[in-house]
Design a protein around this ligand. Structure first.
Ligand code: HEM
Length: 402
């Protein structure tokens, strides 16, 4: 018999997947006193928490409001559906394909051109961290040379959200970020209302659904969410794809030979090593989950990394296999996705198709530029983080392509 794992412990941080196994098997429902939250780890429970409307996102308000202001993540019901409809069209269909795909491809090229001739790079610092932020900044029509600012802001927002042990400095930095971001964005938003262009910010200024439009404050909050939700996550996803493929050379060769396999490598990476590990929900009535009853109004932390390796759902769940048959890659980017890395249901990631487009362009171009990609001699990749998780460095070498 084991003890219930503590997700604030260093053992957990070193290998959450070992703890997740114990949780799924023996402690599917844990009350975590310091976090004031229930922890759930089984696929069937997490899936229900995402899909069933009784599990609200109300408890995000106190968590997200201080850093972002009010965003669609905290909303439910009609408020959520109208507000989501204001922003969602920009991230799919023709707008994505015709307006933003060229932006994505150009940004991948620009970064790769910075190191392709040198024969070495850190795929995290030189590419994965910069690429999604540059893309969002470019989409919004912001100045990409402010990368250091954007990166600093979203890093402190993510630290604030993942501040499970309630460190005072981390909390203060998060609050300061909200002020700094507002001081940066609000004048740009006002200016863009006066002089609209073809960028996403101008689109958000104009957007109208059922008579509702976004205020300057709404747009600022959404941009703040975009930076954090679209930067940190895609960063981790791209780094993790390479970490996983480098650890499985035969799968790397297969993807190199057939770029059509990139979506599979992406979907399997999201299952096996999801960028976001913890998502909160709050039941509006008492609910019965594996392991007992969770009272109305309490906080539930859904452990995505645990659910995604549930043996009840996936065969051989601890194996990274882009060819697995039980991963519905064809539907992985609709609300019917089966791995839980993008959540499911009403809050299913708005940026999923954008993320997929970024990964296809970024990974494809990197493979072209690095014909014999290998990890730097003697380097063993490690993962960092418990709220979001991914490799913090991935130094690689390659023969520069001509
Ligand atoms: C929602 C993960 C990329 C924007 C979510 C949620 C997850 C998630 C788990 C649900 C949160 C919840 O229910 O509480 C990811 C992952 C990504 C990714 C793993 C990359 C691999 C992006 C990108 C953008 C984005 C590129 C946009 C630029 C959003 C937004 C929401 C969201 C706006 C809120 C949707 C709502 O509340 O209705 N994402 N995301 N994400 N994501 Fe993503």
């Amino acid at each position: 018999a084991h003890q219930a794992p503590d997700i604030l412990s260093s053992t957990f941080a070193a290998d959450p997947y070992a703890a997740y196994r114990i949780m799924r098997d023996e402690f599917p429902l844990i009350w975590h006193e310091p976090m004031q939250s229930y922890l759930i780890s089984r696929y069937e429970d997490v899936e229900r928490a995402f899909r069933e409307p009784v599990f609200t996102s109300d408890n995000y308000d106190w968590q997200l409001e201080p850093v972002h202001g009010r965003t669609i993540l905290q909303m439910s019901g009609r408020e959520h559906s109208v507000r989501r409809a204001l922003v969602a069209p920009a991230f799919r269909g023709r707008t994505l394909d015709e307006q933003f795909l060229p932006v994505i491809e150009r940004n991948a090229r620009e970064l790769i051109d910075g190191f392709r001739a040198s024969g070495s790079a850190d795929l995290v610092a030189d590419f994965a961290t910069r690429f999604p932020v540059n893309v969002i900044a470019d989409m919004l029509g912001l100045d990409k040379s402010d990368f250091e600012k954007f990166h600093g802001w979203y890093t402190s927002i993510i630290a604030f959200l993942g501040n499970l042990s309630q460190d005072a400095e981390v909390a203060e930095a998060g609050l300061r970020t909200r002020e700094e971001f507002a001081a940066y964005m609000l004048p740009i938003i006002r200016e863009r209302r006066e002089n609209p262009g073809g960028d996403l910010l101008s689109t958000l200024c104009r957007a109208e659904v059922e008579g509702t439009r976004m205020s300057d404050e709404d747009i600022k909050a959404f941009c703040s969410l975009l930076l954090a939700a679209g930067g940190e996550t895609t960063d981790k996803a791209i780094a993790s794809i390479f970490k996983n493929l480098l650890a499985h050379p035969e799968q790397l060769s297969a993807v190199r030979a057939d770029r059509g396999l990139i979506p599979r490598a992406f979907a399997e990476t999201l299952r096996y090593s999801p960028p976001v590990h913890m998502i909160m929900r709050q039941p509006s009535e008492d609910v019965t989950l594996s392991g007992g009853v969770v009272p109305a109004g309490s906080t539930i932390t859904c452990l995505i990394g645990a659910a995604n390796r549930d043996g009840q759902r996936y065969a051989d769940p601890e194996t990274f296999d882009i060819f697995r048959e039980d991963l519905a890659t064809t539907t992985a980017f609709s609300a019917a996705a089966d791995h839980l890395a993008f959540a499911l249901g009403r809050h299913f990631c708005v940026g999923a198709l954008l993320a997929k487009a970024e990964v296809e362009a970024g990974v494809g171009q990197l493979l072209d530029a690095m014909p014999d990609l290998r990890l730097q001699e003697g380097f063993t990749p490690a993962e960092q983080g418990v709220f979001t998780r991914g490799p913090d460095a991935l130094p690689v070498e390659f023969t520069p392509a001509v």
